[in-house]
Design a binder for this molecule. Structure first.
Ligand code: TYD
Length: 135
């Protein structure tokens, strides 16, 4: 499976690190929405969906977590532990987020406004959407 990371430029000096992300330059879409999650306990596993249209870039700006990506054929687990790396998650990727460290903050840059009707929350429906339904 092709996992795409964006390596953002770190502007680091004695004062610390800084990363800037510009839409259509550092990531391939315009940013309509930003959200972030934190305080997820170690047993939490969330996500369990894909999207009809939404593209996202996930950045673990603090701490660590794992992302399971599933394109309907292959699954891959990505460790997120670097605030200068963005993980591209296309609409047709089933995703699950888990193993959050207690300090983890996972930020998401999204190409669309929040739209519950864009979610595919049923795994069989996802397989059908990507043309990989069980025969
Ligand atoms: P949810 O979709 O369950 O998160 P997950 O990515 O783990 O599946 O979202 C949790 C709650 O937050 C739900 O009530 C919907 C709300 N929400 C918004 O209002 N706007 C958003 O952009 C997002 C991502 C969620």
């Amino acid at each position: 499976m092709d996992i795409q990371f964006f390596n953002f430029i770190k502007h680091g000096d004695a004062r610390g690190q800084l990363v800037a992300i510009e839409e259509l330059k550092d990531i391939p879409f315009s940013i309509k929405r930003v959200y972030y999650m934190w305080n997820a306990g170690p047993e939490v596993r969330r996500g369990y969906h894909a999207h009809k249209k939404l593209q996202q870039v996930l950045i673990c700006v603090r701490g660590r977590c794992k992302i399971l990506l599933d394109d309907g054929t292959e699954k891959q687990v990505v460790l997120m532990d670097d605030p200068s790396k963005g993980l591209y998650v296309s609409n047709v990727m089933w995703r699950e987020m888990y193993d959050f460290s207690s300090d983890a903050v996972l930020m998401v840059l999204a190409s669309e406004y929040y739209d519950p009707s864009d979610y595919i929350r049923d795994y069989d429906e996802f397989l059908k959407f990507v043309g990989k339904e069980k025969k």
